[in-house]
Structures are given as structure tokens and as C-alpha cells.
Write a protein that binds this ligand. Sequence first.
Ligand code: ZN
Ligand code: ZN
Length: 112
Amino acid sequence: MNSASASWCLSRAGGVVCTRPRGHAGLHNRSGTSRMWSDREADAPLCPGSGAPATPAPRLADGFPHGTALCEACWGFVPLDDGLLAPHDAFRGADDAEEVGRRSVWFNTHGW
Ligand SMILES: [Zn+2]
Ligand SMILES: [Zn+2]
């Protein structure tokens, strides 16, 4: 029960993520809780890369990106949860100038 897999529905409401299989019928539910919700109550969808298997990205000398992995769907650095990308919103740009700088150094060093 409740084993992490890449096929979660990933609908969300109030920060709770649906752990039923993708495309399931009926209400969304976080397994192990009584929390249920309908599509109408759900929050905006997560990045489709959420729950994908990934490995930590190589680090720069200062440690960036600190053990997170690059999401191939949105190109954000995302924390790993047991080898899977944690549920996250699609990356829409760095939060500050420092992160912009670290990202550009990383992509120059390890990117394509
Ligand atoms: Zn669901
Ligand atoms: Zn993503």
C-alpha cells in the first residue's frame, strides 16, 4: 500500500496529493487519509514530471543544486523523494538573481 510509483494521479487539493492510479474513476484520495476531493475542488495541476524516476544532478563546486534533480518536463531542479521527483509546480523561472546565475553556470557545465 502507498508505495511510490510514477503512475499516481497527482491531483491536488490544499497541498494533499492524490495517490490513486492515474486516470482513476471517482473522487481523488490521498491513501491512508480520509481526505477526498473532486476535480472541481482540485488545485491547479502539478508539473507532469512529478513522480518520474530521477537521479540527483551533478553538483557545482558550491554544492548547487544541492542534491535535487533536473525535471525533464519543466527544467526545474526538484527535490527527490525516494528516487522519484517530488510533486511540484512546473518551473516558471528562478526566484532570484543568484539562482538564475547558478542555473546558468550549471547548464554551461553539465547542460547540453
Ligand atoms: Zn486522483
Ligand atoms: Zn517539473
